[in-house]
Design a protein around this ligand. Structure first.
Ligand SMILES: Cc1cc2nc3c(=O)[nH]c(=O)nc-3n(C[C@H](O)[C@H](O)[C@H](O)COP(=O)(O)OP(=O)(O)OC[C@H]3O[C@@H](n4cnc5c(N)ncnc54)[C@H](O)[C@@H]3O)c2cc1C
Length: 476
């Protein structure tokens, strides 16, 4: 079923596929022909001779907040992307409009979603389209992707064959997309076309999307009655990680995503076991996720660092605030009471990881307990805090343009302005790119928009700026 969706065979779907592919193709050729002057101005930041500019930027005071309103990113959109983005900015400009859009999305025909929404928020339906998305991101200075195969099974509706096919897709995306993206970024960096050396690619693993009955197994991971099933679950995780180790050429990380709290104890255990097995000798093959809106997360992070110290493996963590404030049944008990407390917890988490990293930088020990901090946030202030701390803590001689101990992640189509500002300052940005059959990405997007609606909202400002940019392109 998944392969049928990936390779559409109905006449209508095939036509849409051809049309979309031609759009993708045309957009990449168009972008080089019709690239506006200001685009070239922005892009020249990624070409050499850059050394002076690079130095200046890496040592400049970084304040993403101040430049967040600058619409440079729109100039990097192809005209097709720009009008879609402008339209979506309109749809998401007001909370009530966004709510309406989220309600309507599940009933919208797949071909409309594929045409209007997918090009902004998703990487495509097959490897070749996802690779095209990767090239587009490289053109914007974004050196790699976090690929998330959109098939999830939190409701336990998918059958064994569908989930097996899903795991195959996840594994193949390592060699079919991420290694290729890395190598392309590397050659562009060597030719002086990129400001920073490439970042590793990431496969975002939905813990409930890899085996039938995953949610039940994760919720009961420590129940002896589930021991056999949990062992099988770990085998699937192990198989995916081993594939990344063997085929990822040291350039791909398997990253567990975090889900709702009732599953998280199982997810913590699985990600910890995989890090223990695969992250040794300063190599990062596996990363986990912590949701800092949970009251227990700061203590849990300290515990994870201690475990890594004891077990002599390297901890790699993506820190997020957390996506399920509105739907956690025990919200009042487990989630911080207000946004400020979540912000403080997030900033404390990044500070704890940075302190550990900094002591490894100082001692020159590449096998310290913390090996990678993934700042997965659209919050400009948190990104600023981390970027400033890194610069103040990094010892002389640590080349921040090649070091990837700290990377920044934002969702595709959301906070693109912020991603661009971070890359222009020589920081490593990796975009989180959902991909897969349009029907699955539709469901995925509905969930993400419910959870991250604010980040998706370009607002009236972006709508009007988009219109202005479109008019300027039409006139010129
Ligand atoms: C690359 C990437 C990967 C992600 N992966 C995951 C994942 O695996 N699992 C997951 O759960 N989420 C994930 N997210 C989503 C993330 O958890 C946030 O929902 C989203 O990024 C918004 O938070 P922010 O830090 O970007 O920005 P902000 O807009 O500053 O923060 C919004 C967040 O603050 C918190 N918050 C808001 N109001 C309150 C309140 N009243 N009380 C307490 N807290 C509040 C919520 O967590 C909310 O999502 C990911 C996000 C990114 C960018």
């Amino acid at each position: 079923m998944i392969s049928r969706q990936l390779f559409p065979n109905s006449k209508g779907n095939a036509l849409i596929g051809v049309f979309q592919r031609s759009l993708l193709y045309n957009s990449s050729t168009l972008s080089s022909q019709l690239r506006p002057q200001s685009f070239q101005k922005v892009q020249c930041l990624h070409t050499r001779p850059l050394n002076q500019a690079k130095e200046a930027r890496l040592h400049a005071d970084i304040d993403v907040k101040e430049t967040k309103e600058a619409p440079h990113f729109m100039k990097m959109y192809t005209t097709g992307e720009l009008w879609r983005y402008t339209l979506l900015s309109f749809v998401t400009a007001q909370p009530w409009l966004l709510k309406l859009a989220i309600k309507v999305l599940p009933y919208t025909p797949v071909f409309l979603v594929r045409f209007f929404v997918c090009p902004v928020y998703t990487g495509g339906e097959n490897f070749s389209q996802v690779r095209e998305t990767g090239v587009k991101l490289l053109n914007r200075g974004i050196t790699n992707m976090m690929l998330s195969y959109a098939v999830e099974d939190a409701d336990g509706k998918l059958d064994k064959a569908e989930l097996k096919a899903s795991v195959e897709m996840i594994k193949q995306s390592v060699n079919e997309v991420l290694v290729k993206e890395y190598e392309l970024a590397e050659s562009r960096f060597e030719n002086g076309q990129m400001l920073t050396s490439p970042a590793s690619g990431y496969v975002a693993l939905k813990p409930t999307g890899i085996m039938e009955n995953s949610a039940d197994i994760l919720a009961n991971f420590d129940n002896p009655a589930y021991a056999e099933q949990y062992a099988k679950y770990l085998d699937v995780c192990r198989d995916i990680c081993a594939h990344a180790k063997e085929h990822g050429k040291g350039k791909v990380v398997i990253m567990f995503d975090a889900e709702k709290l009732w599953l998280q104890k199982g997810v913590y255990d699985a990600q910890r076991r995989m890090m223990k097995e695969f992250n040794s000798n300063s190599q990062v093959i596996v990363a986990g996720t912590l949701q800092m809106y949970l009251k227990h997360s700061v203590d849990l992070l300290k515990y994870e660092i201690e475990e890594a110290k004891k077990g002599k493996y390297q901890l790699a963590m993506k820190l997020v605030r957390g996506a399920y404030t509105h739907s956690e049944p025990t919200r009042d008990r487990d989630i911080h009471a207000c946004k400020k407390d979540t912000d403080d917890s997030y900033n404390e988490g990044t500070a704890i990881m940075l302190e550990s990293l900094a002591s490894s930088w100082k001692s020159g020990d590449r096998n310290g307990p913390v090996s990678r901090l993934i700042v997965a946030s659209h919050n400009a202030e948190s990104c600023d805090i981390v970027a400033k701390k890194v610069r103040s803590m990094a010892p002389a001689g640590l080349d921040l343009s090649t070091n990837e101990d700290v990377v920044y992640g934002q969702l595709l189509g959301m906070s693109d302005d912020q991603s661009l500002e971070l890359t222009r300052r020589g920081l490593k940005v990796v975009k989180y790119v959902p991909w897969g059959p349009a029907k699955a990405t539709k469901e995925y997007l509905t969930r993400r928009l419910e959870e991250n609606g604010d980040a998706a909202r370009g607002g009236w400002d972006h709508f009007f700026r988009g219109c202005k940019e479109l008019m300027a392109r039409t006139v010129s």
